[in-house]
Design a protein around this ligand. Sequence first.
Ligand code: ARG
Ligand code: ZN
Length: 884
Amino acid sequence: PTILRSDYRPLAWRVESVELDFRLDAEQTLVTSRLACVRVPGASGPLPLDGEDLELVSLRIDGAEAGECMRRTERGLEVTPGSDTATIEIVTRVNPAANTTLSGLYASKGGLFTQCEAEGFRRITYFPDRPDVMARYTVRLEAEQASFPVLLSNGNLVDSGELPGDRHYAVWEDPFPKPSYLFALVAADLEAMERSVETLSGREVLLQVWVEPGNLDRAGHAMDSLVNALRWDEETFGLELDLDRFMIVVVADFNMGAMENKGLNIFNARFVLARPDTATDADFEGIESVVAHEYFHNWTGNRVTCRDWFQLTLKEGLTVFRDQQFSADMLARAAGAEREASARAVKRIDDFRGLRAAQFTEDSGPMAHPIRPDSYQEINNFYTATVYEKGAAVIRMQHTLLGAEGFRKGMNLYFERHDGQAVTCDDFVAAMADANDRDMTQFMRWYSQAGTPVVRASGQWDADARRYTLTLAQHTPPTPGQPEKLPLVIPVAVGLIGPDGNDLPLRLEGDSAAGATTRVLELVEAEQHFVFEDVDAEPVPSLLRGFSAPVLLEIDESDARLAFRMAHDADPCNRWDAAQRYAERVILALAAKADADVPEAFLDAWGALLADESLDPAFVALAATLPGEGWLLERMRPADPAPLRAALMRVMRAIGERFADQWLGLYQRLEVRGPYRYHPADAGCRALRNLALRYLAAAGNEDGLNRAETQFEYAENMTEQFGGLAALVHSASPVAEDALDNFHTRFSSDALVLDKWFALQAGAWRWDEAAPPVLERVKALMDDPAFKLTNPNKVYSLLGAFFRGNPAEFHAADGSGHAFWAEQIIALDAMNPQVASRMARSLENWRRYTPALQTSIRTQLERVRDADGLSPDVAEVVGKALVG
Ligand code: ARG
Ligand code: ZN
């Protein structure tokens, strides 16, 4: 069934308080819930209680059997109390060990954990499971002491003790009203790293990171990140931790990254555990950002939450923006004053690259939706790049338009007005508008229009008038259900580069004097002209600096001009972008013409980038990385993975061969000495050295391969060890197989490290044409004792890396990859619909492939659609893909 945003109605009842009592057991957990309910004055109607996969033991209203006052409905139960206040007591029984969905209460490695967002609480007890029902929770947990020595829930521990029969209990009280999706409990054998800090107002708070026994030496980075996040929110927004205790708990089986349950964040192990010899720089960075993200939710999400799930971007877009700003500030601080701008740019490029790869492609497919969708079938399918990443970009534009100070004023007003409430995206933008005296009516279209807007730019220089006229036009292509689009408010940060490569001071028509070299233009009409005065020579425009809007820029630029911007654009984001555009152009041309050579001019431009020692290694590592295959397929019509892969290989070989000396020189010069530290300068060097090995390995360069092997064998940190391994696998070298075996043996008991090992093989290219198809290896790896279809990390690293990260192998002409996809989706769906649905989405953009591939994919999409007992999750994805 389709749920519509326009169908929202407030509930006729309020739930004042919730008392939960858990008799925990792996197979039979008994849950007693006592709800103090009050009818909303003037409202009428029953109280609907959602429930899913529950065994109802009893339901009493004010102490009496419910009888006539209760009936079963499609979604659960409906209760009609006889008066305007009622205490409803519900007893249910659930089986955590049998719950493979990882939603609700489930077992993982002998412990019990919960995941309630979005609609998992209804899998624990009957409840009005919607975010606008905010209540105070008291939770009593009781369990056998030996199996479940640690008992945690939200808020403050108010009582605990031992019970006869080797049992024990704990009582937790959360002082803040919260929606049910923020409820959590943990009962497991865990150890805590603890730190106590003083908050802004001088309160002492206890921070804990709970991990499996033996893993405390991997918890330090998460703890440091938490402390940094806490400080940052105080300094940047004046927002303080509001509880006496804040806990992070690690779990091995988890559908997503992490969850912001009030005071009890639960994390996928991969976003907590890190030690230099087991985690890469990228892992350290990911941990810092996810720990901060969940912590920031305490205000943007928990204190002020969503009225309904259509408003998801209210908390997610805003919180992603906050974590991006935080990470940029952390990088800038570590880099030091001189390198600060470059460090920020690297983070910005990384974020934009992610947006382009995941969100722009989503926006051009059958699942395209506005950041605030109008309808959904299954809300779990809408934790998307659009809601998160484009949502963050929409918040960033408000930050750009209002300035940091104006944005802060808006945030202050937002909390002043809405603390403790469940609100909408309109409420957020209204606070921004009111605090800054600005009309943001047109801006709101970003919340309702799907699709990636296209900004078309052209410039005209008038030598006599010494004027440069920049014409910007915008349009948004149609998306499913939205044929017509209106003009948006698009902040376009602009610079003009003079022939000498330096930025011109800008004077717009009407300005009295020339000012900054970058200006933010506001494009609000379908087409607008912007006139710059005192322009003595034809400039090269640099548009959307810092990726000032989530749009696609179309501009006619010669190869020479791209090379010029690659060398001179003062905005590192646009320098990167120029390199990407040039590479995209060259690769797509090569894919269309199998016998063409890699153009010399392109190689020269690339060489200039490598030779520029003034650039930060971290930046060069990004700029010298070819555009992702997924993005290139998006730009290729029809998308044809095999010739594209061949073109990419040719370009990689050419860059590796032609610049072998530079790569080897960089490799030598940038070696990081001393013990590992997670630091942007060191990480940048490691990234560029690992990239050097990749190119050298692709070109079959012997020196390079030797270095990769040495680095793999002797590195003392995972970034370098895995970098060496990846380079070997990224070559036709016969050493690769031994190295893979060796790595497997070394880390056979480390699940997170093995995830990398699976992903590397599933995403491998076939540099040796005689090697068997990667599909065969993926199938074999599924039989590895470490692989489990029930563990989402394993599925994402093996199947995800193959379906999403290896298009040339996945889309093999014989259709074997597609048939395998269907088998796996059907198998996964029976266990875990959320994971199945995420994997299913890897074929949604099938209509852009060649006719032969389309035929093969359609057959498999239909096979999945027609499978028995398909979940609503997968049904929505496959259904929309087939409708188009
Ligand atoms: N709120 C969590 C986060 O942003 C994600 C939870 C996703 N849950 C889900 N069922 N899709 O970090
Ligand atoms: Zn979030």
